[in-house]
Ligand binder design. Sequence first.
Ligand code: AMP
Ligand code: ZN
Length: 481
Amino acid sequence: MAIQVYNTLTRKKEEYKPINPHMTGFYVCGPTVYDYFHIGNARPFIVFDVVRRYLIYRGYNVRYVMNLTDVDDKIINRANERGVSSAEISQKYIAAFFEDIQKLGVRPADAYTKATDHITDMITLIERLVENDMAYESGGDVFFNVRNFEDYAKLSGKKLDELQVGSRIAVDERKKSPIDFVLWKAAKPGEPFWESPWGNGRPGWHLECSAMSMKYLGESFDFHAGGLDLIFPHHENEIAQSEGATGKPFVRYWLHNGFLDIKGDKMSKSTGNFFTARDILEKYPATAIRLFFLQKHYRSPIDFSDEVLQSAVTSNERLRLSYQKIVEAAGDVEAISISESDLTEEEKRFYSMLDGVHSEILTAMDDDFNSPLALGKMFDLFRETNRFIDNGLQTAQSRQLVDLARQRIDEYDSVFGVIDRSKAQVGQDKINEVVSTMVELRNAFRKERNFAVADKIRDALADAGLVIEDTPQGAKWRWGA
Ligand code: AMP
Ligand code: ZN
């Protein structure tokens, strides 16, 4: 079955048909780097990375691009407050952004595009718009001429007349129409600026994304994503700028994530009700935070609270232990091919459960990336595998089947990233340390001819499934009977 995607532009689910069979272009609006990002901002970074990973898993060659808005009013204001340059502010928070998304287990984009590295591309785009009579200069600013772009507001479904009424309060003499928006802002004292055909100035935020996405993904590409709040005006204006310049459809599928709310209100920097992702990462493992997000559909709202996160931590811990048990039970299986006719009834049932779960997970994810449903199926797989292990793995085929379950889990988790593997590693290292110390103690007791204690240590280790072998180099240990 083909992947179905909910497209904000058409307001329905549509089959995903790549524009270019060799490259799936995917652009996600990234952060404005004037502060640490909050845990609400983390949602698009996590969920669209999962969508991208799933597309890759399904065989698409995805090119994933994210912008870094490093010229903006908010950055300039922050720089003035702190008495430093805008560049200092943006560099600091770009570095922090990379640290935080890495900790959150977000895979790096194929390209991160900084607005200040692409000013020439932005100026070229504005020139095209001016040529097409879609833009005009006025007192050093350049505005988009909304009335000349027929399709304006097709993404948000807003009515031009209502927009006009809404914006009447802020009458701006320089504009032909109150709904025209700025593409290029004339420089003001103390602000960063670049030279342009319209004098010194800087680009508008919406324009940055049009210029950079088309530069890296072409004039028409498949996916463009961001939070719901970006539908209007940001994405609406991106469409106007891009299509106004090229005359071609800009983006085929528009994806928008729902908000992370806190006590019923959108988590937001401007209202002060937010927690930074770094603070949350201090308190909770990244895999639990990912589980918290992915257990909700990306378009639904999520309420943030310590209780909900705490329950994600509990599930995450159960998942970790369960995964560890599966890995240990599979052990170092000998690679034999599974022959269905040799399987016991119980093994046959387990084998067909694996295939059943596999197709259920694909069906869920194919249906507009329904991660909560897919994760539920993955939990079923854990439960069934643990039950199968508890019944005793008598045959090589049984162990092979558990290893197949482990491989499938690893495959699914390459999309979700919700299994905490760091602790499993630490756990193993700690065990090695403790066992080595016990072996050393046993050696010391033997040297003192205290065989009673030495044997007690050996027996305790044997009980745990560890064998001590006395070699000319001293005692060594290994797992086994
Ligand atoms: P910003 O840095 O404000 O441009 O936001 C970066 C991304 O986070 C954008 O895609 C926003 O739509 C998204 N975003 C902002 N606040 C929230 C929230 N409370 N919940 C989910 N996404 C959000
Ligand atoms: Zn954008």
